[in-house]
Design a protein around this ligand. Sequence first.
Ligand code: AMP
Ligand code: ZN
Length: 466
Amino acid sequence: MKLYNTLTRTVEEFIPNNKDCVTMYTCGPTVYHYAHIGNLRTYIFEDVLEKTLNYIGYNVKRCMNITDVGHLTSDSDSGEDKMLKGAKREHKTVLEIADYYTNEFKKDTEKLNIKWPEIVSKATDNIDMYINIVEKLLKDEYAYISGGNVYFDTSKLEDYYKLTNHNVDEMVVGVREGVEEDLSKKNQADFVLWFTKSKFDDQELKWDSPWGVGYPGWHIECSGISIKNLGEYLDIHCGGIDNIFPHHTNEIAQSESYLGHKWCSYWVHGEYLNDETGKMSKSKGEFLTVSLLEEKGYSPIHYRFMCLNSSYRKVLVFSYDALDQARNSYQKLKNKIKSLNKNLNKELDNVKTEEYKNKFKEALENDLNTSLALTVIYDLLKDDVNDTTKLYLIEDFDKVLSLDLLKEEKVEVDSELLEYINSMINKRNEAKQNKDYALADQIRNELEEKGILIKDTREGTIYELK
Ligand code: AMP
Ligand code: ZN
């Protein structure tokens, strides 16, 4: 298995610390709002990675955090706590907000066939662990107390920036968004491990600590939860590319200073989902959620299919046209699969089975080339192989792709769609009466592009959804 490692900036052979159990940590959501489909792109890629590792024979122990405290509006240590902001917006408590959006996030992952990680841990359930880490960092002089907060001293590390191309110059106030003047810091790159003095309204959730009543910084949460659940040596750490700096950079700094050795071997990052104006975010433009796509008549799996058609390392630009295209291709693929004969009592073609399994594995082992893995399915469908073998292989491949390729769904026609189809059929009948066959054909094609096939029968025109 080859994976692009952000740490070495190369595609590397994946060699786990313990081949009997691969450990994988993925940064979880900050549950102050619904996840947008950009966030979910990252979780889809992580899901495919975990399932690929399973497919090629590894046992995977995966852990994800739920951030319910400490993530400020800037990923650096400035701004308001996102959770507090969400609670104010909805006139609820932070815990109510956290529970509600964690649940909504879980529902979204289910709709997208994303497996819920084996270990999911809330940031607020691990306060003791963060306190332990911070105490040790203070004892070993990697951290200092200033202005009421505990900071990590980045000048103690020679290779603080090893995960990123950032350099000290970019940490000058005013150069990068999120770099604010904080007179309590010794170096601008230093970051907060534990807050007792926040720069905004009173925090709702606070805990006792040796440094006073306060709350943890966002970065320490992931280090603490990962080390506690997956041990001192981590194989794979994932997230979106915006996590590389400062979040993952800070995780490495504090974890390795605490442990006294290298912590994680492979850092794997997913690229952004953009809209036409740039990175999709919760605060700008149409807030694209899975539920919104469903309201517009798409299935969440159409979106998963769209994501798998591109490389996780390339920017994917979202548009409804692109999603329409994905839906059409998906429906065509499903139709081809549907036409295979399920009752054929033929034996598996062992030679072809092995050949196609190898091709599929090779595609995914090549830094998760999901679009090539999909091509293997198209090749298989075209090949002169018996249907029993085809169905067996598709079921096997869908363990990784999770595209419901063999699921026969009942098509529920919504009333809006029904009205649209009827009006188009009427228009077409009128055109035919007027002998305007060009227009009639145009209407037929337009419907077909949307996956609606029409047929003229003696009883009138009927339609079928592809
Ligand atoms: P958050 O809930 O903001 O902590 O983000 C959850 C995950 O979504 C993180 O791994 C981010 O890196 C990722 N993410 C945020 N925005 C995007 C985007 N536009 N495209 C892909 N991933 C994103
Ligand atoms: Zn994290």
